[in-house]
Design a protein around this ligand. Structure first.
Ligand SMILES: NC(=O)c1ccc[n+]([C@@H]2O[C@H](COP(=O)([O-])OP(=O)(O)OC[C@H]3O[C@@H](n4cnc5c(N)ncnc54)[C@H](O)[C@@H]3O)[C@@H](O)[C@H]2O)c1
Length: 187
């Protein structure tokens, strides 16, 4: 597939899986916005990717904060003039047995791993519908479909599975509604 000239946002793209996805897109000629709570690491990654010959932009973004999400999408469209691909990758892990799990850990996971996808997808769809083109990719987990041996007896896997399965359902529903308007969503 020819992606040359397209523009992608990778949330949590400063390191790990997000960085690898961003690298692979950059190698295909895709311009990249790397958005991360750690703007210093995002800057380093953006500089590395720019050496592959694509335009890059580093953004400070907490995906769970709607004002930051709206501003990040505005900055990207102003800088690149378009946005074709959004990879909802930012996520945290706070696994633990229910008896030991703190309420703030539960809230943090739900706000970043679930609400963050909703907030970014909402802004992405606004841009993509206008463009009549776009792709949203949600990074979920195979654990959404099956428990891991050794973890399945614990409540934490139930929690992990539920939040990730929600992403799959969310993506499926959005896909149906958006497919006819040129945007599609994949897990
Ligand atoms: N690593 C695995 O084995 C695995 C398995 C299944 C799913 N996943 C999912 O894949 C995604 C990436 O995982 P990873 O292992 O590369 O993680 P990682 O911790 O290495 O990287 C996550 C990145 O997201 C950033 N981030 C954290 N909170 C953020 C926020 N609120 N807003 C914006 N950025 C934020 C971090 O700074 C970091 O750069 C996550 O959603 C994770 O749940 C990972």
């Amino acid at each position: 597939m020819d992606f040359k000239g397209q523009v992608a946002l990778v949330t949590g793209g400063a390191r790990g899986i997000g960085k690898t996805i961003a690298e692979n897109l950059a190698k295909k000629g895709v311009g990249l916005a790397i958005a991360d709570v750690s703007v210093e690491s995002a800057g380093e990654t953006a500089r590395e990717l720019a050496s592959l010959g694509v335009k890059t932009l580093a953004l400070r973004l907490d995906v769970s904060k709607s004002d930051q999400v709206v501003k990040a999408f505005e900055d990207i469209v102003r800088e690149f003039g378009r946005l074709d691909i959004v990879v909802n990758n930012a996520g945290i892990t706070k696994d633990g047995l229910v008896l030991r799990m703190k309420e703030e850990d539960w809230d943090a996971v739900i706000n970043i791993n679930l609400k963050g996808v909703f907030l970014c997808s909402k802004e992405a769809v606004k841009v993509m519908v206008k463009q009549k083109y776009g792709r949203i990719i949600n990074i979920a987990s195979v654990v959404a479909f099956m428990g891991n041996p050794g973890q399945s007896v614990t409540w934490r896997v139930q929690r992990w599975s539920h939040r990730r399965r929600w992403l799959v359902i969310f993506a499926g529903r959005m896909s149906l509604r958006r497919a006819i308007r040129g945007a599609s969503i994949q897990n």
